[in-house]
Design a binder for this molecule. Structure first.
Ligand SMILES: [Zn+2]
Length: 85
């Protein structure tokens, strides 16, 4: 037989409450766990023959304005096959 007692356990967790653009510093709010539209999250992990080694990674967050400016230097973004225009 097991005697059971209910306990309330409080744990501390971390959650993202906002993002900050790594280019201009503007704060990008989160509403109901959804970041503002236009947030660009970049996460790169290094590897063999890459610019940085496998023990390194880079993580950057950009607001919509900065993302547009940064991506403007690249050719037009193409839609995935099967997506409507
Ligand atoms: Zn920005």
């Amino acid at each position: 037989m097991r005697n059971i007692q209910k306990k309330v356990i409080t744990t501390e967790t971390e959650e993202i409450v906002s993002y900050q653009c790594d280019n201009c510093g503007s704060v990008i709010p989160i509403t109901d766990t959804i970041p503002a539209p236009g947030l660009l999250i970049v996460q790169l992990h290094g590897g063999w023959q890459m610019y940085f080694d496998s023990s390194s990674s880079v993580s950057c967050d950009f607001c919509e304005v900065c993302a547009d400016k940064l991506l403007a230097a690249f050719p037009a973004i193409k839609k995935a096959i099967g997506e409507a225009d």
